[in-house]
Every structure is written in structure tokens, then in C-alpha cells.
Design a binder for this molecule. Sequence first.
Ligand code: ASP
Length: 322
Amino acid sequence: MLKRLLAGCLSVCFVAVAAAQDYPARTITFVVPFAAGGPTDTVTRLIAQSMTRTLGKTVIVENVGGAGGTIGVEKVATAKPDGYTLLLMHIGISTAPSLYRNLRFDPTKDLEPIGLVTNVPMTVIGNKDFPPKDMKELVAYVKANKDNVTYANAGVGAASHLCGMLLMTAMQTDVTTVPYKGTGPAMTDLIGGQVNFMCDQTTNTTPQIKGGKVKAYAVTTKSRLKTLPDVPTVDESGLKGFEVSVWHGVWAPHGTPKPIIDRLAKALQAALKDPTVVQRFEELGTEPVPQDQATPAALGAHLKSEIAKWAPIIKKAGIYAD
Ligand code: ASP
């Protein structure tokens, strides 16, 4: 019996090692849990292009939007752990466990961390014809017109949802939220005037702010950004201590062989040094994480600390989804 078990294990282990040695033998799919054309999509496509060059096989992007990114994450959490389905997700993976009562995955158990990617600032922006001219006016306007003001986000659990929740808490008010499958389509509606304002990553908003398509009220970082020097911080505008930015990470399904995880971590580290990626990140108001953060250990530890950080804040805000 023991012999048979051992023989079975040996053949399975042999297959896993052989698969890891041949890896990658075919196209790899990066799941983005939001719509195409948004900030997570933009970051992922840049990384995927670079990893394609390093790994010698095409890395494609599949957009699986909906439910604040949780549908896409679940897809990867339940995918075959063979290194051919990967996830690029952001801070929302650490808020979802507190926001969703019936989440069907545990990000600390069902996924294998590969590494952190970047920490992207956010911006509070509005439609060009939205009356408030600056952040101070926005706060006063939202408070006075809360029943008529609309805020776009990418669903409960998205970064845009988190920023909105923190803003509403700081403003001590509430507005009607309009959920999209990503802030790519939300941006289209914001420019078109179907919604009034939103808070989104600079990786989506910088070109629209610079092109004069939207009004920029504030950046959500402690200091102003080099790329948007005229835009004040939320803190400067009166909501003292306000700060949020959006970290991103790469994961594989739990059980993906370690040699494959290590290969992917190396390819991610190479992407974060790739001059094309570095330059495009810079133009979009962000930068790659240091190389020692683009590792499984760093992302694993970061995810745990972020889940612990957001749980009491979300509990206090009293926001839940099913
Ligand atoms: N920025 C979006 C968010 O709110 C997601 C996206 O469309 O990339 O999380």
C-alpha cells in the first residue's frame, strides 16, 4: 500500500517537475478583474508585453469585470494551478474579504503570491460642467446636493469604491453611487456627463486631466505629484490626513509549482526594470516597486497586513455586499 502510494506520488511529482521545466510551453493568460481600457488593464498590458519578451511565449490579457473585481479573482482562484492563468489585481483583494459576506475565495489561501507591481496614486475628478471649481467647493456642493450628485465606481470592492467610501466618511455625507465593470467605461460616462465625479488611479486619469477632458480636484497622496503639479492634495484642500493609493500584485492559483512561481517572479522583476514599462509608468504618475518587493514573500506579507488594516475601517463604515 505504502509502496503504491509512494509510486503514485512520485509519478505526480515527476509530471509537475517536468511541466515546470518545460514552462512556459504555450500562451499565458493574465486575468484583469475589470473592463478593458481602465487603469488595472493598462498596468497589466504593459507588464504582459514585457513578460512576453522575457518568457518567450505570448502573455495575453482577459478582462473579467464585475462585482468590484471579485468575479475575476474567483476565476483565477479556481483555475488549474499550471502557471497558464495569472491574476493582476489591486488593493481591492484586501478589502473584499471585509466587504463581502459570501466571498467564494480566500485570497490568502486560494492564491499563490508572485510579487507586488506598483503603488498608484488616485485623483478626484469631475465632469467638465460639474459646478464645483475646486476640492473645497466640491465638499460643500456634495453636502448641499447629496440627493442629486452621482459618484461613479467599479463596484463594491474596487479601488474607486474604497476611495469614495473614505471620501464620504471624511465629508460626513453620502451620495448615489453608479457601479461599472471598471473605471474605463466609467470614465467614458463621466466625460459624457452621465455621472458627476469619481476617484480613480492616475494610470487612467492622467491623459484625461492633461487633455482637459475632465476637471481634476485633488490627488489622494500625501504630496503633490510631479506629473500633475498644479493639482492639490485632498489633505491640502481641507480633508486633513486623507491618503490612499492603490497597490497592485500578481498571483497564480494556489498549488502552482514553486519553480513556475519563481520563474514568473523573475519575469515580473524584469518587467519592472524594463525601460518601456518604467517610462510609461512615470508618464502615468506611478513607478515600479523596488525589486525586493516584487517577490512572493513581500506580496504574501503585504496582503495579510492590508486585510488586517482595512477590516476595522470597513466595519466602521458599515458597508457590506452579498
Ligand atoms: N480603477 C478601477 C477600480 O476602481 C478598476 C479598473 O477599472 O481598473 O478599482
